[in-house]
Design a protein around this ligand. Structure first.
Ligand code: PLP
Length: 483
């Protein structure tokens, strides 16, 4: 069988299985070599606009090229244009961590080449995913109602942005008695999130036809967490104006400062007022795998939906967002479309999940494989160790900042993000950030808190150890002295 595939394929340029095996080994060797060399690159790419393209030929190759030439171009053309997210000294944004285990799962997913839009198009693609997401409910201490055996269920989305969009769409449908999909938006729906919520909430409201101006940015307290009293007042004001409050997003671990909104109080308001509550725990939700961080889930039992990103902080390479709903019927009713050409007995039996009805696209990859590889090849104990190490390092770094008379901490450090600044002016901090990133030694990003320019150091890299964080602090102090 194998040789038949190979002999036919050769004439059309396919690698035979034997050639594929050799080429695959070479590519895995290249990736392994890249991981070994990670610390040798400037973390932030120094590439200028157009520089990568200028090295690419004007037209694609007519005849096949050898793999060796392609691999050489990865080194010469691609790597200089890479900002090394996997570098142990990448501390910017929130991490997007990959791991050898996840990469292996990704290879298998590509190898199977499954398009898992429906149960029938690959039962394993659906059932492994359902099963893993049920596992995660217990592993993270999430409400049992999110399990597939209850009324809820989980699904892997590409990103938290997509999860939030799906939540907004389902909320909109529920609030309009399932009429908006049919007739369009016929009233003024209003949504609520703290002024610190991620921009994906605003985007979801724009895409869902609600309109950005119908997102109320709710005031935060001095810890940058949403104020429930302000939420309540905003809802009442909108009702008096004849609008329909329909959706609120609580953030557990905001992007700027990992502030944690008071979900129990927000949930109580949403229940009373009939709003759909979505909890965005994109980064922070991963930490709940450690029992000592389970308080992050307080109040989530009041939520209609919840998401977190293993692609941020659970060793699973981008893209992988886990999205849970308490009432899967609402989500499916919102997103289901069944053309004749997709009808099949399994779907009609009602005994299976067709995940095409759980997100916006029809097609879907077998993403659960990489998460499965991670959970199995690391084991939960190592995942916990990984989270704990980062949290401990962030606390240690925060201690160094506090002890230094030239620097100050700008927000609490509940997890792995430290917000800090030099006590000089904003302009000084901006120069400091630019100088640090230009050095190639590390990469940080910034935010504004309380109107001030603040540096963010997020510790979440797969390969980040204490020595990298220590070196980052030394570099920051030295650079500040030299400016
Ligand atoms: N929500 C929060 C709190 C985030 O921090 C981020 C990204 O950093 C997102 C949502 C968006 O994530 P994604 O790229 O998965 O859409």
């Amino acid at each position: 069988m194998g040789s038949q595939i190979g002999s036919e394929g050769q004439g059309r340029g396919h690698l035979t299985p034997a050639e594929f095996r050799r080429a695959g080994q070479a590519v895995v060797d290249w990736v392994a070599g890249y991981l070994e060399r990670l610390e040798s690159f400037p973390v932030l790419s120094r590439s200028q606009p157009g520089e990568v393209r200028s090295k690419l030929p004007a037209i694609p190759p007519e005849a096949p090229e050898p793999l060796e030439r392609l691999l050489a171009d990865l080194d010469e053309i691609v790597l200089p244009g890479i900002t090394h997210w996997q570098s142990p000294s990448f501390f910017g944004y929130f991490p997007a961590n990959a791991s050898p285990a996840a990469i292996l799962g990704e290879i298998v997913s590509a190898g199977l080449g499954v398009q898992g839009m429906m149960w029938q198009t690959s039962p394993a693609c659906t059932e492994v995913e359902t099963h893993l997401l049920d596992w995660l409910v217990d592993l993270l201490g999430l409400p049992q109602g999110f399990k597939s055996s209850a009324a809820g269920g989980g699904v892997i989305q590409d990103t938290a942005s997509s999860a939030t969009l799906c939540a907004v769409l389902a909320a909109r449908e529920r609030a309009s008695a399932w009429q908006t999909n049919e007739r369009g938006v016929d009233r003024r729906f209003v949504a609520y999130a703290s002024s610190q919520a991620h921009s994906s909430v605003e985007k979801a409201l724009a895409v869902a036809g609600i309109g950005r101006e119908n997102l109320r940015p709710v005031e935060v307290d001095r810890h940058y967490a949403l104020r429930p009293d302000a939420l309540e007042r905003a809802i009442q004001r909108d009702r008096e104006l004849g609008a329909t409050p329909f959706f609120a997003c609580a953030t557990v671990g905001t992007t700027s400062s990992t502030a944690i909104d008071p979900v129990p109080a927000i949930g109580a308001i949403c229940r009373r007022e009939g709003l759909w509550l979505h909890v965005d725990a994109a980064l922070a939700g991963n930490a709940a795998i450690c029992p000592e961080h389970r308080a992050l889930n307080d109040g989530v039992e009041l939520a209609d939906s919840y998401c977190f990103n293993p692609h941020k902080w659970l060793l699973t390479n981008f893209d992988c967002d886990c999205f849970f709903v308490a009432d899967r019927a609402a989500l499916i009713r919102t997103l289901s479309v069944l053309p004749e050409y997709l009808r099949n007995k399994a779907t009609e039996s009602g005994a299976v999940f067709d995940y095409r009805d759980w997100h916006v696209p029809l097609g879907r990859r077998f993403r659960a494989l990489k998460l499965w590889f991670v959970l199995r090849l690391y084991g939960i104990e190592n995942l916990r160790r990984y989270i704990r190490a980062h949290v401990a390092l962030a606390r240690e770094f925060a201690g160094w900042v506090t002890a230094d008379p030239d620097f100050e901490l700008c927000a609490a450090v509940p997890l792995n993000l430290v917000c800090f600044r030099h006590k000089g002016q904003d302009a000084f901090n901006e120069h400091l950030l630019a100088a640090l990133n230009a050095s190639g030694e590390l990469f940080l990003t910034h935010t504004k808190l309380g109107g001030r320019f603040v540096l963010r150091l997020a510790i979440g890299g797969t390969w980040t150890e204490r020595r990298h964080v220590e070196r980052a602090w030394e570099t920051i102090r030295r650079t500040a002295r030299q400016l």
